[in-house]
Ligand binder design. Structure first.
Ligand code: HEM
Length: 413
């Protein structure tokens, strides 16, 4: 099986036939059942996160030299940190992502979406460059108080980094990717060293520079590339699910649909851990030091937990039980922000283009990295825009989360 392209059929087959399976090509132990994956994530003493950011395709010496010359390193900070420093570093970052700070971004996200939607003329458009590519990066920089990053450059740096660490690049390609990766790290190091204010860089002024740069490197990639992927996965999934688009105006619908997409098509489709001691998972003996690949995408479609899992079902009572954002000590710090961005962008898009549909039933090209999977484009037929164009979104929140009317209306479809 090609792990870089594993789709629903492969995930189902693993879950049913080989829930704990040693993949000979990568040496990774694939763990596929929901209960096993959650138990592993919940037990940081027996399952360490140290390999979370290790390059999947080994980086050979000449390429390592390019990175080393630039001072590049990824010491334990957040996702890859099983040591005592994790809690304090997590606290520093969490202060930028409190529920109040995240909710305060709602009108700004809506404005960003509306500006972009207003510029769209049909009949066909690709929603990836318009709504998904840059918007999460702009939002993340604003939440972190950073106002001097060139967004196209950040995207080039971060997509190169994802491919270098989670892709299967050739040696030549690794050389190409090392340059922007090193450049990003150097930019971060300079910015942290000269930080003055109360932005993310300033908040890290007492953290040793190697750790601070490594933390920012991870955060400024993880905090926006994943949301870009979620936005594409969301549009693609909703538009393939007959009739769902026209129901998005129902109270609470966008947020619930986003949750279902996270469950069934999570952009972070796998995540890694190391077994600290010999252990048994679903009856299979796993040695100490084994590198585990937790098949997050497969867990969201585990019928033991989610009935009729392939269906996007906005009224699903346990939809938020999914593991798309991990679980336990390392649970994603940006889950609230990612959910909000997706919900608002979806809501604004359906308001502006109520008759939007996919331009073609063909499956889209997919980003195929070991831990990241999402459509690379979402080509749509826009249909007639709603008139008049909606008002700017600076007014009160239009969120309807938890509306009791939803369950009844959604279960009709
Ligand atoms: C759809 C979007 C996103 C997905 C699917 C996602 C997924 C994940 C996953 C699977 C983990 C590992 C959790 C674990 O080991 O248990 C994680 C960790 C993390 N994510 Fe996200 N993420 C998303 C968006 C974001 C955003 C927007 C931010 C920041 C603004 C962010 C920041 C982090 C951080 C800092 C960690 C490490 C937490 C720790 O180790 O304490 N993520 N995320």
């Amino acid at each position: 099986m090609d792990l870089f392209q594993a789709g629903p059929d492969e995930l189902r087959s693993l879950r049913v036939n080989a829930p704990v399976h040693l993949d000979e090509n990568t040496g990774l132990w694939l763990v596929s059942r929901y209960e096993d994956v959650r138990a592993i994530l919940a037990d940081p003493n027996r399952f360490h996160p140290d390999n979370a950011l290790t390059a999947v395709t080994a980086i050979p010496r000449p390429v390592l030299r390019v990175l080393a010359r630039a001072g590049f390193s990824l010491p334990p900070t957040l996702a890859n940190n099983g040591t005592d420093t994790h809690a304090e570093l997590r606290r520093l970052v969490a202060a930028f992502l409190t529920p109040a700070r995240v909710q305060a971004m709602r009108p700004r996200i809506a404005d960003l979406a509306r500006e972009r939607l207003a510029g769209l003329t049909g009949p066909i458009a690709d929603l990836h460059p318009v709504l998904a590519r840059d918007l999460p990066a702009i939002v993340l920089m604003e939440v972190m108080g950073i106002d001097d990053v060139d967004i196209p450059k950040l995207k080039a740096w971060s997509t190169a980094s994802l491919e270098l660490f989670w892709g299967n690049p050739s040696l030549d390609r690794q050389h190409e990717l090392a340059k922007p990766t090193a450049e990003f790290h150097q930019w971060l190091t300079r910015r942290i060293r000269t930080a003055r204010g109360d932005d993310l860089f300033g908040a890290l002024r007492d953290v040793p520079i190697r750790e601070a740069a490594g933390l920012c490197y991870f955060l400024l990639i993880a905090g926006q590339e994943t949301t870009t992927q979620l936005l594409c996965a969301m549009f693609d999934a909703v538009l393939r699910h007959g009739g769902l688009w026209s129901r998005l105006g129902e109270p609470g619908m966008p947020a619930r649909v986003v949750e279902e997409v996270l469950r069934r098509d999570p952009p972070v489709n796998t995540w890694r851990r190391i077994a600290a001691e010999p252990t048994t998972i679903s009856g299979v003996a796993v040695p100490a030091g084994a590198h585990l690949l937790l098949m997050l995408a497969g867990t969201g479609s585990d019928p033991e937990v989610f009935a009729d899992p392939e269906r996007l079902c906005p009224a699903r009572p346990n939809a938020r039980k999914h593991l798309a954002f991990g679980y336990g000590r390392h649970f994603c710090l940006g889950a609230g922000l990612a959910r909000l961005e997706a919900e608002v962008v979806l809501r604004e898009t359906v308001e502006r283009f109520p008759n939007l549909s996919l331009a073609s039933p063909e499956p889209p090209p997919m980003l195929g990295l070991l831990s990241f999977r999402a459509p690379l484009s979402v080509r749509v037929r826009l249909g007639e825009p709603a008139h008049p164009a909606p008002e700017p979104a600076s007014g009160p929140s239009t969120g309807h989360d938890g509306d009791p009317a939803l369950t009844a209306s959604a279960s009709r479809g």
